[in-house]
Design a protein around this ligand. Structure first.
Ligand SMILES: Cc1ncc(COP(=O)(O)O)c(C=O)c1O
Length: 316
């Protein structure tokens, strides 16, 4: 078990400049902020997003209950965080839990997380998540603290915003921050941080789920309720869909391209989020002038679904 102080205060994640011929040709300066190196097991944005909840759970010695699908890095991060802090964890999973090719669920079990399957129909909306049936399943874990899906809520924004404070100490100036999007909490935290630092940088959200053109509902709900403030934050954000075959799915071509990119960068990528995001960025860099003469920072949000697990994914 880690000493709590160690897990709650980590040094800033490193940042590295990428030097590839295509970047030189297109006059783009690309930096990657390596949140995947924040901690050996509690990697990436999940670490930043779950701090606030675990601080509270430690004080009140509560079990931790959370929600996610079979490809949810969040579920595994919560399981590992709970394991390292000696807290019981419960994962309420959208859909079946006894399915083949679900390495995340296997690793959650290994980390001691109790898994409960919730049918896809009953999983949403929020009220259904805390139905009488589910409360009965959770009764043995009382008292427990509920972390929303993806860890996204207003409570996690200050710890995520800290990422911008770190970045400002590492780079004098940057034009665009690009970051993978699931529930939108990380991007919401980045917007908050940029606003606090009075930066004029813009944010490109690379959404791993199909069909999104704006911030997903959970991310929106985490923002301040004041309409003017929300609009101010959102005005610097652009969201694009990088889902390709859909959330948690990859085509053989994309898998191959992801492996190639990973080898070129010598940085492990997550197939659900960061590989798709970076492949999109590089294709935009190749095909457009959008990032010419710009300093672009990609936040490597970590993820456990790296090449070692890629064979286990549903490849169409
Ligand atoms: C590796 C990785 N990157 C990005 C995200 C997206 O984060 P968010 O849900 O805050 O949008 C997630 C999780 O959802 C993730 O696991």
């Amino acid at each position: 078990m880690y000493r709590h102080g160690t897990v709650f205060k980590l040094p800033p994640s490193p940042i590295q400049q990428i030097d590839l011929p295509i970047l030189r040709e297109r006059d783009v300066e690309l930096w990657i902020k390596r949140d995947d190196l924040l901690h050996p097991t509690l990697i990436g944005n999940k670490y930043r997003k779950s701090l606030v909840y675990f601080r509270q759970a430690i004080v009140s010695q509560q079990a931790v209950v959370t929600f996610g699908g079979a490809y949810s890095n969040h579920l595994l991060a919560v399981a590992l965080m709970g394991q390292s802090l000696g807290l019981r964890t419960v994962g309420c999973v959208r859909g079946e839990i006894d399915v083949p090719n679900a390495p995340i669920l296997e690793r959650c079990r290994d980390a001691g997380m109790h898994l409960i399957s919730i049918s896809r129909q009953a999983y949403y909306p929020e009220q259904a998540q805390m139905s009488e049936w589910l409360q009965a399943q959770l009764a043995p874990f009382v008292p427990y603290l509920v972390i929303p899906e993806g860890g996204t809520s207003a409570a996690c924004l200050p710890d995520v915003a800290q990422l911008v404070t770190e970045l400002d100490q590492q780079l004098l100036h940057y034009d665009v921050i690009a970051c993978s999007v699931g529930t939108g909490g990380t991007v919401a935290g980045i917007l908050t941080g940029l606003h606090q630092q009075q930066s004029d940088a813009r944010v490109l959200g690379l959404c791993a789920a199909k069909g999104y053109q704006g911030l997903p509902a959970q991310g929106l709900a985490a923002l301040p309720s004041d309409e003017q403030q929300r609009q101010q934050l959102l005005s610097r954000l652009c969201i694009v869909d990088v889902a390709e075959r859909g959330f948690g799915r990859i085509s053989p071509e994309l898998r191959h391209a992801g492996l190639e990119l990973q080898a070129q960068l010598n940085i492990p990528l997550d197939y659900v989020y960061t590989a798709k995001s970076l492949l999109y960025l590089f294709s935009e860099i190749k095909q457009t002038n959008l990032f010419a003469e710009k300093r672009l920072v990609f936040i490597h949000t970590g993820g456990y679904q790296t090449a070692a697990l890629a064979d286990k994914f549903s490849v169409e």
